[in-house]
Write a protein that binds this ligand. Structure first.
Ligand code: ADP
Ligand code: MG
Length: 412
């Protein structure tokens, strides 16, 4: 059959193969097409490579103008971005001059603000800062007009945890950067005497991988600040000395404040949990105390995130611990310990104190009654349990059974 049909084909068909039921033919054109298709992939790749090389060449030859265009486009992109942000965030145009002022009214932290407005109704609390030089006594007496009117260039900020100290520090640093890069700033008004360098020591990012503990990192960074900051710099220091024992930490923080005041003479914000440091404000002319307003209410604390003149009388750590959900017994015990420590002047008489207050006095008495038969049954049932092998249904049933064991005991 195939043979007979094949005979009907005209010239130009070249026989390729004969099988039981079929015969296959090809033609010269088909053969050529097959070859072209087979090499098409290779040719496409080669062409692509040569086009790419040509393009790369062309780009290289015009590298200068292209980079300039990209730069211009980036600037065109950044400027409207900042402008849009400025409008959305209700920002102001800062004054940047050659003075040593740093005066921000109603400054805000752009990122924290975005979150604060989103979830709780309270919104973000704006805060002022004024780190210009304080009028010194002689200038005040002589009525010198150039004398500053600021409270002082170094602010000691005390206040409970979670009150907003770190946020305040960072927002001022951010405002300085934004102002000097030519942006509007998130504040109602801002006047900034050019800052030559911004130094910050914040957070407790461990660098353990490189063998440096948090405290070591903290000290290395503080050393860099004290060695480099000038009277034109802006320094923010968050909780210096936190990484070591109380007295060490306090001593280092104390000496750091003195050095910043006397030697570096930088404008600075110093957040600290050592309220003892606020004594420095009486001795150092440019040091002034600020604290975070909090409200104590029914033994708990509410944060208003507001920076006000003054010093925190204590750190409210126990209240914060309560907010965080520490067990009641632990909170009660901590309050008792704190009271005693405060009464005894900072825990110098630790030994007598430890003797006086029996551990767990405020915790419910931990009685150890004799083991009852049901206890043993419960214990063995619990020991035999294989939670990983149980279905939720089985686990549920087991809970009922355990309860029954207990109740059987109570009735009996
Ligand atoms: N000015 C503010 N207005 C509203 N909420 C704030 C403000 N400052 C801080 N907060 C909120 O309080 C939290 C704790 O602030 P933070 O600055 O870390 O406190 P601190 O350093 O005193 O422990 C922030 O995560 C933020 O949610
Ligand atoms: Mg903080």
């Amino acid at each position: 059959m195939a043979q007979r049909n094949a005979e009907k084909l005209g010239d130009g068909f070249i026989h390729r193969q004969t099988m039981a039921q079929v015969m296959r033919f090809t033609t010269t054109e088909l053969g050529e097409l097959e070859g072209r298709i087979r090499s098409a992939g290779d040719r496409a790749m080669a062409l692509e490579e040569s086009h790419f090389a040509a393009l790369a060449d062309a780009v290289l030859q015009r590298a200068g103008p292209l980079a300039a265009t990209a730069g211009a486009l980036a600037a065109l992109d950044a400027a409207p971005g900042l402008a849009e942000r400025a409008r959305e965030a209700d920002s102001c145009r800062p004054v940047v001059d050659a003075s040593l002022e740093f005066s921000i009214s109603a400054g805000r932290h752009p990122v924290v603000e975005a979150f604060a407005t989103a979830d709780d109704g309270a919104g973000f609390q704006p805060n002022d800062s004024d780190l210009g030089p304080a009028a010194n006594r002689t200038a005040a007496v002589s009525g010198d007009d150039d004398a500053g009117t600021s409270p002082g260039r170094l602010w000691l900020l005390t206040g409970p945890n979670m009150a907003g100290k770190s946020t305040f520090l960072r927002q001022n640093a951010l405002i300085a950067i934004l102002a000097q890069m030519g942006s509007f700033v998130p504040a109602a008004a801002a006047r900034i005497g050019v800052v030559d360098r911004l130094f910050s020591r914040v957070g407790a990012a461990d660098d353990l991988a490189r063998g440096r503990s948090t405290f070591m990192v903290e000290m290395v960074e503080t050393a860099a600040i004290l060695n480099q900051a000038t009277d034109r710099s802006l320094v923010i220091l968050d909780e210096i000395g936190r990484g070591t024992a109380t007295y060490d930490g306090l001593a280092i923080a104390w000496a750091t404040v003195e050095a910043l005041h006397e030697t570096n003479r930088s404008r600075g914000l110093f957040a600290t949990h050592y309220h003892e440091l606020t004594a420095l404000a009486e001795r150092l002319e440019q040091v002034t105390c600020r604290t975070m307003r909090g409200m104590e209410w029914k033994g708990s604390i509410r944060f208003l995130h507001q920076v006000i003149p003054g010093a925190a009388d204590r750190s409210y750590g126990v209240q914060v611990a309560r907010l965080a959900g520490l067990p009641r017994a632990v909170i009660k015990r901590a309050e008792a310990v704190l009271k005693r420590l405060e009464a005894e002047g900072g825990g110098r008489r630790k030994v007598s104190f430890a003797d006086d207050l029996p551990l767990f006095a405020s915790a419910p008495a931990a009685t150890a009654p004799e083991a009852r038969p049901s206890d043993l049954r419960l214990r063995s049932a619990l020991t035999d349990l294989r939670p990983d092998d149980m279905t939720p249904r089985e686990a549920h049933d087991m809970l009922y059974r355990l309860r029954e064991m207990l109740e059987g005991e109570d009735d009996g």
